[in-house]
Design a protein around this ligand. Structure first.
Ligand SMILES: [Zn+2]
Length: 444
């Protein structure tokens, strides 16, 4: 079978990327006209920014002149009468589903979808999972506690693809391992933190995961599955290929999906979403080319319920645009970290996930679990930045040479001074969902 034949939507996914903006421009203009006429949020926002008419806004080539949309702005328009916010366009009676996003503030944000929006999300998500090689007949265990969250759309997607879906829910390790051993699942969808936890859990019980039938781990929900050392450890423990996917609640689920070439996640939202790369500090556009880094910004092209323009994702990525052997022509990304988690140490941007990746180079001497423990509250920190590193099982916490080698390597790679403290294996908390890499409990 040739590679292109495996694409979910060959016409879309193999179209030269250079043509995409021209294909998307009419949809973008329609969406902007719709927002200007029907979205109270954008009517005000665009008027306040000096755009008096749709004609002032122009097409996709002019998008960088428009203001960004921040999550907090949407939140600020919510009232008891308008629980979703003023960016909601149709009446709630026309909304098919309302997902929640787990806000850090306690009150959830709502993501409304019409029936057509839901169908579009399933289309995007099918491309994304299709890129990872998931096909009808696969026996797939899912672990997402997906009910209220946008990951719930993956359940519709698994139906649409035609897999034999075995949902085991979140944090049900014994049930998951039973499904792998008794039902001979070949595919497991979970967070990379949880995949590592299960590998440790099985090792402690003498269960040989590698001997089971799992061929493919689909990881999502946090960065980490793309870090080379983490991926190598997962592939070794499970005897399976690891690919990752990434979405964003307010825009679309599974918007990026990694193909079996395993060199970054392809953009799967062609025709539905436009994305830009920006410098998170200045907001200036960053040219999309191999190795470029920046924050992803998204614009809906045909969303009905609550369309967004230039929505800042806070996801910091590296991009590749060179050809991929799978035949998909869309750019690929790897998420380096959340801009929200970024610390600035004497002017240097430090992502905790990037620190973990470097520490992981010292595997098998380290377990791969770390915690950054800032001394003061806030993202600005003074050097040296305290980092706690867990050693491997049976490893020594008094190995000063190891701590020094890690410190020197971090300094070389990230140009940041750290203070490395080694702690015993399994002494840092394990999470079965997303890893928390920054421990603020000791910050003054
Ligand atoms: Zn590819």
């Amino acid at each position: 079978m040739n590679a292109v034949a495996r694409l979910t939507d060959p016409e879309v996914e193999a179209r030269p990327w250079s043509q995409q903006a021209a294909v998307d421009d009419p949809a973008y203009r329609r969406e902007v006209a719709h927002l200007f006429a029907d979205s109270r949020f954008y009517k005000k926002k665009l008027t306040d920014a000096g755009f008096r008419s749709v004609a002032d806004i122009g097409g996709l080539a002019d998008i960088a002149a428009l203001p960004f949309t921040e999550k907090d702005e949407l939140r600020a328009t919510r009232t008891p009468d308008e629980p979703v916010g003023t960016h909601l366009i149709p009446p709630l009676s026309e909304i098919a589903r309302i997902f929640s996003t787990s806000g850090t503030t306690g009150t959830p944000s709502y993501v409304p979808l019409t029936r057509e929006d839901l169908a579009d999300w399933v289309t995007v998500s099918r491309r994304s999972y299709g890129a990872s090689g998931v096909t009808a007949g696969n026996r797939l265990v899912s672990t997402y506690g997906a009910g209220p969250f946008v990951a719930g759309v993956t359940l519709d997607t698994f139906n649409a693809i035609g897999v034999t879906h075995i949902p085991v829910g979140a944090s049900a390790t014994d049930r998951l391992v039973a499904a792998v051993r008794l039902l001979h699942a070949d595919t497991v969808a979970l967070t990379p933190s949880y995949a590592l936890h299960i590998a440790e859990w099985c090792a402690e019980r003498g269960i040989e995961l590698r001997a089971e039938k799992v061929e493919r781990l689909l990881v999502a929900g946090e960065p980490g599955g793309g870090e080379p050392a983490t991926r190598a450890r997962l592939e070794e423990a499970w005897g399976a290929d690891v690919t990752e996917a990434m979405g964003i609640g307010d825009i679309c689920v599974s918007l990026w999906g990694e193909c079996t070439e395993k060199h970054g996640m392809h953009f799967s939202g062609r025709g539905f979403v436009h994305f830009e790369l920006i410098d998170p500090d200045t907001g200036a556009p960053v040219e999309m080319k191999d190795g470029a880094e920046g924050e992803l910004v998204y614009t809906h092209l045909r969303h009905r319920a609550a369309p967004l323009l230039r929505f800042r994702s806070r996801d910091h990525v590296v991009v590749w645009t060179s050809a991929c052997a799978c035949g998909r022509t869309a750019p690929r990304v790897r998420c380096i970290g959340r801009t929200d988690d970024m610390l600035i140490v004497r002017g240097v941007n430090v992502f905790p996930t990037a620190l973990r990746q470097i520490v992981n180079e010292f595997s098998p001497a380290v377990s791969g679990t770390i915690a950054v423990r800032p001394r003061i509250k806030g993202f600005r920190q003074d050097p040296p930045l305290p980092v706690v590193v867990e050693v491997a099982e049976g490893g020594s916490t008094t190995d000063a040479a190891l701590a020094e080698r890690i410190r020197a390597r971090v300094r070389e790679a990230l140009t940041v001074a750290t203070e490395i403290t080694l702690v015993p294996y399994a002494s840092l908390p394990r999470t079965t969902y997303k890893a928390h890499l920054v421990d603020w409990s000791g910050a003054a």
